[in-house]
Structures are given as structure tokens and as C-alpha cells.
Write a protein that binds this ligand. Structure first.
Ligand code: NI
Ligand code: MN
Length: 227
């Protein structure tokens, strides 16, 4: 059994029997979230890429919880230098952890971390995340354009729940995300990465009504699905 909850922008939390995992914990500065960094208890932080609206509060969260950070190699290395406990992975690789199996997929995007002194640190390739536990699969697409190899996910994975960005401008917009939804063949598709900033304003209900599989669900911040 696992409980998967959405917390605005690209923040997704997964609770298994023994562990709490959070993906892309952008909390401070995220007007769409219901979470507070001080209250959040996590064992594991999974990161898709280095952009600050995804790495978010990782450093504070990891330190206050002594949490493991799993991220693409360059980003993991960089966060390791900041004193965090990291596990680097890369695209196409999967690893079986005690808390579940993580596989990184492609994402067609950029990946960099902005330091406060106007310095950009490039953090390698961005990724999506497949999380598997007890026969269930959750796909978090990260930030990505539509790309045709998403069809491989539909062919070779059995995705129960997928989070797809619909904000447009930086990622897929609703039209492309609807095509992605068709290709990946997830049982349930949840839109993310919208309405956090004016430039990514979207109507998630309109996106859901556009899905040919009629398998979309808009999740409010704090809402959860049991798998
Ligand atoms: Ni990004
Ligand atoms: Mn983003």
C-alpha cells in the first residue's frame, strides 16, 4: 500500500508502510503548496533536476530530517559537497532501495542551480522519475517537453499514476501533455507545474477534459490517492 499526495507545483509525496518520500520539494516561495518545511518529516528526497523550483528546500529538509537525497549524478555531487547524504543516479539506470525502486527517465529540459550571488551551476541532464513499490508504479515526469520516446514508457512500463507538467512556457503545455498522457498509458494522469507563476497559468480541469482516455484527475494541494 502506498499513499501519494500532491502539494502544488511539482511537489509529490509518497508514503509507504515504512518511509516518506518527497519529490522536488519546492515549498518556500511556492504559493500553491500546503506544506511547511519545519513540519515536513521525510526519509528520502528525490530530485528531477537542479532548477530552484524543484530543488527548493532540499538542503534544509535533508539536514533537519537526515534524509537521503537521490538525484542525477551532477546534481547529487553538488549537493553532496553541501554536506547532504546523496545517492547519485542517471538516466536509464534503476536502483532498488529499501524504500522502493527508483528509475530515472529522460526529460527534455535544462538543469542548473542558481546560487544567490548570480552564479549558475550546471547540474547535468534533467530527468523524470519512475518509483516502484509493491507492484505499483508512479511516474513523475519532472519538467519536460513532449518527446516521442515517452511511447516506450507506455510500451514497457505499467504506470498506475502519472504526474505531467502542463504549465507551458518552460514545459509541455496542455495540448502536448494530453499527447504524452496517451503515449504513456497511465491508469491515472494528474497535471502539475501550473499556476505557480503568471507565465504558467493553466486551467487543469480543461486539461483533464481534453484527455482521450478520460483518466485525468485534478489533485488539490494536500489531496492524496491510495495505490
Ligand atoms: Ni525546470
Ligand atoms: Mn520547473
Amino acid at each position: 500500500k502506498m499513499k501519494v499526495s500532491y502539494h502544488g507545483h511539482s511537489v509529490v509525496k509518497i508514503q509507504t508502510d515504512k518511509h516518506t518520500i518527497v519529490i522536488d520539494p519546492f515549498i518556500n516561495g511556492n504559493g500553491q503548496t500546503d506544506l511547511k518545511v519545519e513540519d515536513l518529516k521525510v526519509d528520502v528526497i528525490l530530485l528531477t533536476h537542479g532548477h530552484n523550483d524543484h530543488v527548493g528546500d532540499t538542503i534544509q529538509l535533508a539536514k533537519q530530517n537526515n534524509a537521503l537525497v537521490v538525484a542525477p549524478f551532477e546534481l547529487a555531487t553538488y549537493l553532496g559537497w553541501k554536506g547532504l547524504n546523496v545517492h547519485p543516479m542517471h538516466i536509464g539506470g534503476s536502483h532498488k532501495f529499501e524504500f522502493g525502486t527508483v528509475k530515472l527517465t529522460q526529460a527534455f529540459h535544462g538543469s542548473s542551480y542558481e546560487e544567490e550571488d548570480q552564479k549558475i551551476i550546471y547540474t547535468g541532464m534533467p530527468a523524470g522519475i519512475l518509483f516502484k513499490k509493491e507492484g505499483k508504479t508512479v511516474y513523475h515526469a519532472g519538467d519536460t517537453a513532449l518527446y516521442s520516446d515517452m511511447k516506450l514508457l507506455g510500451e514497457f512500463e505499467d504506470i498506475d499514476l502519472a504526474f505531467l507538467p502542463i504549465g507551458d512556457n518552460f514545459t509541455m503545455g496542455p495540448e502536448d501533455a494530453a499527447i504524452a498522457a496517451k503515449w504513456i498509458k497511465a491508469k491515472t494522469v494528474v497535471p502539475m507545474h501550473y499556476n505557480t507563476f503568471p507565465v504558467i497559468e493553466q486551467n487543469p480541469k480543461e486539461f483533464v477534459s481534453r484527455l482521450s482516455g478520460k483518466n485525468g484527475k485534478v489533485m488539490e494541494a494536500g489531496e492524496s490517492i491510495k495505490l
